[in-house]
Write a protein that binds this ligand. Structure first.
Ligand code: SF4
Length: 110
């Protein structure tokens, strides 16, 4: 019965169930190592030459001009972490920056 619509529907549902499970597994597997990797990154220090050049600060509320109220790493386009704690920044490869920090490379998240 290759053209039985009931069988075809069942096969289609089974296919999508398996596909969804596979995609979920891949997403989970790819997210876990990056989360673990982010936790392993050393924090960017204030005496880092690039951090100095870009006026990086751990506390955006004390950042110098051209900082504007509300700007922080957590809402910067280069930040790859969550709203708190530390996370990777695309300008400081291999280092984690403070979500509450700021530097003059700031670009508002789109
Ligand atoms: S580029 Fe953005 S995320 Fe990175 S340190 Fe500067 S303000 Fe923070």
């Amino acid at each position: 019965m290759p053209n039985n619509p009931i069988n075809t529907n069942l096969q289609r549902r089974r296919f999508f169930r398996i596909a969804a499970g596979s995609v979920g597994g891949v997403v989970l597997a790819s997210a876990l190592p990056s989360a673990a990797f982010a936790d392993d990154l050393p924090h960017l220090t204030l005496d880092d030459p690039t951090a100095k050049a870009l006026n990086y600060t751990e506390d955006a509320t004390k950042a110098p001009a051209p900082h504007q109220v509300g700007q922080a790493c957590s809402n910067c386009n280069f930040f790859q972490g969550s709203d708190s704690g530390y996370g990777p920044c695309q300008l400081f490869i291999g280092k984690a920056v403070n979500a509450k920090g700021w530097c003059s490379g700031y670009a508002k998240k789109a």
